[in-house]
Design a protein around this ligand. Structure first.
Ligand SMILES: [Fe+2]
Length: 273
């Protein structure tokens, strides 16, 4: 069985600095402590972007310090709040697809993880251009008949929250074209950006996302699932929520992909039922 940790949207700021009333560094430290205590046997950890709230080398240095105690490799991806350059200045081994995008492959006993870069500097919506799609198409072709898992920051579909759907991958055609010949081999898509625990399937492809480790998006649903309608909404407010954070613990066998959510602010407390 493969076990790995999924964390997303850590939004780190300066030392001892609060963001929306909570300290992102303190919360990420609590998350790391909980993983060390409860899931130190995980093979690796993936963080699906928005690592820093405003980019910045100093912030990625803080992140490096906080993540250092984790016993497993940590794979970092970029979100719309990140800076590729600042990230690479601090994390020298960050993914690079050869075209400057933070994209890469991770081979495991349960198949290939493809890490995708969906950001465009100075924009919050997701972008997955033809160059990135060409890399994805080639990586999929090279993976033969192995199972594939996609990891990325922005989803290429709406989830029913206008504030998020306006900022999804607005033109998903290059992505869809690259993935279509391999659709049945994609066992799961893991993404971030939404700051809510959501699971489901997209044209048969299973997906899941999680709360961020600092702040959340409120569950303010639209009466439709449509990026176009979300873009036409006159009010572009994104509503936040103080719901408690968690991280994902993912278990994969030949037959199953199971995604658990672990709250980490309550510590190791438990009781007999
Ligand atoms: Fe975020």
């Amino acid at each position: 069985m493969l076990k790995f940790i999924h964390i997303t949207d850590t939004h780190l700021v300066g030392r001892n600095e609060a963001l929306y009333g909570t300290d992102p560094s303190w919360r990420l430290k609590a998350c790391v402590e909980d993983i060390r205590a409860a899931h130190a046997d995980a093979a690796f950890c993936i963080i699906t972007g928005d690592l820093a709230d405003r980019g910045g080398k100093a912030t990625y240095e803080i992140m490096k310090e906080i993540l250092a105690p984790l016993p497993m490799p940590v794979h970092l991806m970029v979100g719309n709040h990140d800076s590729r350059e600042d990230l690479r200045a601090v994390f020298k081994g960050a993914f690079d697809d050869g075209n400057g995008f933070v994209q890469g492959k991770l081979e495991t006993a349960q198949g290939v993880f493809l890490m995708l870069d969906t950001i465009e500097p100075f924009r919050h919506e997701g972008v997955f251009c033809e160059r990135r799609a060409a890399w994805l198409a080639q990586a999929l072709a090279e993976s033969g008949q192995k199972p594939v898992y996609l990891c990325q920051h922005h989803p290429p579909f709406p989830v029913g929250i206008a504030g998020d759907d306006r900022l999804s991958i607005l033109d998903s055609k290059p992505f869809v074209d690259a993935v279509t010949p391999h659709w049945n081999r994609i066992r799961h898509m893991f993404f971030g950006h939404i700051h809510r625990p959501i699971s489901g399937s997209w044209r048969g492809m299973p997906f899941s996302t999680l709360f961020g480790t600092n702040h959340q998006t409120a569950l303010e649903l639209t009466p439709y699932l449509s990026v176009e309608k979300a873009l036409a909404e006159p009010d572009d407010t994104v509503w936040g929520s103080p719901e408690a954070p968690h991280y994902g613990v993912v278990l994969i066998t030949e037959e199953l992909v199971v995604v658990h959510q672990r709250s980490f602010l309550t510590g190791p407390q438990r009781f007999k039922l």
